[in-house]
Design a protein around this ligand. Structure first.
Ligand code: GUN
Length: 294
């Protein structure tokens, strides 16, 4: 079998074009331009790249972005004060604090300081708590998990009753995507570093979400024939033949997996672009809610 690739770049591009059209319509109707504030603390190079990509996507969609950077030495108080200023700024509809924060900062404290209505990343403990509760809905769904679900449902709208295995239990991806799968009535298994017989568990998956951050950990013979495989990993591996000296690979051994899976997301060009598409969609939604509240 050769898997059908799920083209995240193309799907994300469609969403971005749709958001751009909606933003233009929104502004033409006399509303203020939606605004996203990004907060980057410290000098993690990967975080800086991600934040720049998010700002660029905002500009392309007609969303204003306000970039804030703080040194790695910033205190908890300084970061939270900045967040509170952004909470009070009517030009800012969404606040994105790029994670991870430098060691020593209390992530939960910072995320809790973001006003719920501006929590376009969906990481506020109340939004996460609502995601985990039956009959409750978060104001915003975290962007990468939402992107995973969108890609999954683009090839299989009916997830109900399927065995879904999530590799990884991070706050950013593994746990929220598992909660979204539960909400879609899948039977969900969350695997992590202590899971026994990992390959055997993964082999039960009709749907596999790999979000562990370990290059090519999932081998082809771990995958159930015909499974839908969503690879969230973005790992650098040394490759002297490339201009930058490295290439990006996922958590899944792509060449092996594509012989077994039914559907597979590539890296790059799979989940990555979806995160940004979901972020600009959430930012527009935040602007619409802010206007409705006035
Ligand atoms: N770090 C890795 N992914 C994300 C994300 O989606 N949002 C934020 N804020 N930080 C991240």
């Amino acid at each position: 079998m050769t898997a059908q690739l799920i083209d995240g770049s193309a799907i994300a591009e469609q969403i971005r074009a749709q958001v751009k059209a909606e933003v233009a319509e929104w502004v033409a109707a006399g509303h203020p331009t939606p605004g996203l504030a990004t907060v980057l603390v410290g000098d993690n190079p990967a975080s800086a790249v991600y934040v720049r990509s998010k700002q660029k996507a905002c500009a392309e969609a007609g969303i204003q972005s306000f970039g804030h950077t703080l040194p790695a030495t910033a205190s908890q108080q300084e970061v939270e004060d900045l967040v509170r200023r952004l909470n009070a700024d009517p030009a800012v509809n969404g606040i994105l604090v790029q994670l991870p924060l430098p060691a020593g900062l209390d992530e939960e404290g910072v995320l809790s300081a973001i006003s719920l209505e501006k929590d376009v990343d969906g990481f506020h403990p109340v939004n996460m708590g609502r995601l985990a509760q039956k009959g409750r809905d978060p104001l915003f769904v975290p962007c990468t998990p939402a992107g995973c679900m969108y890609l999954l449902q683009s090839v299989q709208p009916h997830i109900e009753g399927l065995n879904a295995v999530v590799l990884g239990r991070s706050n950013i991806v593994g746990m929220p995507v598992a909660l979204l799968l539960v909400r879609a009535n899948a039977t969900v298994t969350i695997c992590h570093s202590r899971t026994r017989n990992l390959a055997d568990v993964v082999r039960q998956a009709d749907v596999l979400i790999a979000a562990v951050g370990r290059a090519e950990m999932v081998r082809g013979d771990w995958i159930k024939p015909g499974a839908i495989v969503i690879d969230v990993g973005i790992n650098r591996v040394e490759d002297p033949s490339r201009p930058k000296g490295y290439r990006l690979v996922g958590d899944v051994a792509f060449e092996e997996a594509k012989e077994v899976a039914g559907f597979l997301t590539p890296v790059p060009g799979g989940v990555g672009p979806m995160t940004i598409a979901m972020l600009i969609r959430n930012t527009l939604t935040a602007a619409q809610w802010a206007a409705a509240k006035k």
